[in-house]
Design a protein around this ligand. Structure first.
Ligand SMILES: Cc1cc2nc3c(=O)[nH]c(=O)nc-3n(C[C@H](O)[C@H](O)[C@H](O)COP(=O)(O)OP(=O)(O)OC[C@H]3O[C@@H](n4cnc5c(N)ncnc54)[C@H](O)[C@@H]3O)c2cc1C
Ligand SMILES: NC(=O)c1ccc[n+]([C@@H]2O[C@H](COP(=O)([O-])OP(=O)(O)OC[C@H]3O[C@@H](n4cnc5c(N)ncnc54)[C@H](OP(=O)(O)O)[C@@H]3O)[C@@H](O)[C@H]2O)c1
Length: 247
């Protein structure tokens, strides 16, 4: 099937670090649910090169936003990193994906757990009404290699200042960082450090977990959560873990 594309324009490309950037894009209106993704593309050497990107913006915000990392020698991401205001890019007409709250059963607490750019869909979800009407507590967990990669502190601060039920826990794995946990998420699930940092129980009776980012984190975190009795959620067989792998 031929893909339909909206010709779109970059409004801004904000660089957080040498390798992390956020594109704000003017595009025709697109209906999507927070947590979904859409394919974005550039024409490179006469070929349209497309990759899925999660929406950072909530659905009610007409300016699209995407948070990316430059993968060295990747076919698309280094080109996206170089885009400037006014440059053209293509956005597919059909957002998709199941990392959405409509796929997640009700629970007392919602844990949104991300590595790297995997925080993107959660930034969209956090700026909708649903998490705050459906869950007593909402925890955002963001794991990065270096403290400077903890992007979107401004958005997180705004949510923290307006939602008393919101908690934010960070992991920085490759340098000691005050206020952040060290090491990786699965180890902190196992030894109780994650629960202590959030001051919240992580248990099948109370919790729904959404995971996003590095596929190996998804596997390892799912295994650690399984040891606590949480299992993958399926429509036909309800569970506690809803995940999206970025590669
Ligand atoms: C459903 C979905 C949603 C996605 N949303 C985002 C998003 O919001 N932001 C984003 O940056 N990427 C996202 N990705 C990944 C994105 O589609 C591209 O793979 C990425 O931009 C690299 O593109 P590339 O063409 O340069 O390299 P690719 O050939 O696509 O990837 C090469 C390698 O780079 C690594 N890699 C790819 N993506 C990432 C990443 N995000 N973080 C760390 N390592 C990575 C993997 O090892 C991969 O095998 C998403 C992927 C999927 C499947
Ligand atoms: N050129 C550069 O300077 C540079 C810098 C950053 C990123 N990059 C590119 O971006 C890609 C990935 O970047 P990224 O840092 O956003 O993503 P990442 O490698 O997924 O790391 C993000 C966080 O996830 C953790 N993690 C990795 N594997 C895990 C697992 N199995 N279980 C739990 N946690 C895990 C990492 O911990 P650990 O630190 O313990 O692995 C880190 O804290 C790289 O492949 C590279 O291509 C390049």
């Amino acid at each position: 099937m031929t893909e339909k594309w909206h010709e779109s324009r970059v409004i801004e490309n904000r660089h957080w670090t040498d390798t992390l950037w956020s594109l704000r894009v003017e595009a025709p209106p697109l209906a999507f649910e927070a947590g979904q993704f859409v394919r974005i593309a550039l024409d490179i050497a006469n070929e349209r090169v497309a990759r899925p990107f999660s929406f950072v913006n909530p659905p009610h915000d007409p300016v699209l936003e995407f948070f990316g990392v430059t993968v060295p020698h990747g076919p698309l991401s280094p080109r996206l990193a170089e885009l400037r205001a006014g440059d053209r890019l293509y956005v597919a007409h059909n957002p998709a994906g199941f990392l959405t709250l409509s796929e997640v059963p009700d629970a007392e607490s919602l844990w949104l757990i991300a590595t790297g750019t995997g925080i993107a869909p959660f930034l969209s979800i956090l700026r909708t009404v649903a998490p705050w009407t459906r869950f007593q507590d909402v925890v955002l967990v963001h794991a990065v290699r270096h403290a400077r990669e903890l992007a979107y502190q401004d958005v997180v601060s705004r949510v923290l200042s307006t939602r008393s039920s919101f908690k934010y826990v960070t992991f920085v794995s490759r340098e000691a960082t005050p206020g952040a946990l060290a090491g990786r998420i699965p180890a902190a699930v196992r030894d109780g450090r994650l629960e202590r940092a959030a001051a919240l129980r992580l248990a099948p009776e109370t919790s729904q977990v959404m995971l996003c980012g590095n596929p190996r984190m998804l596997e390892d975190a799912s295994a650690a959560l399984a040891e606590r009795g949480l299992r993958k959620h399926r429509r036909r067989s309800p569970g506690h873990i809803t995940a999206e792998s970025f590669w």
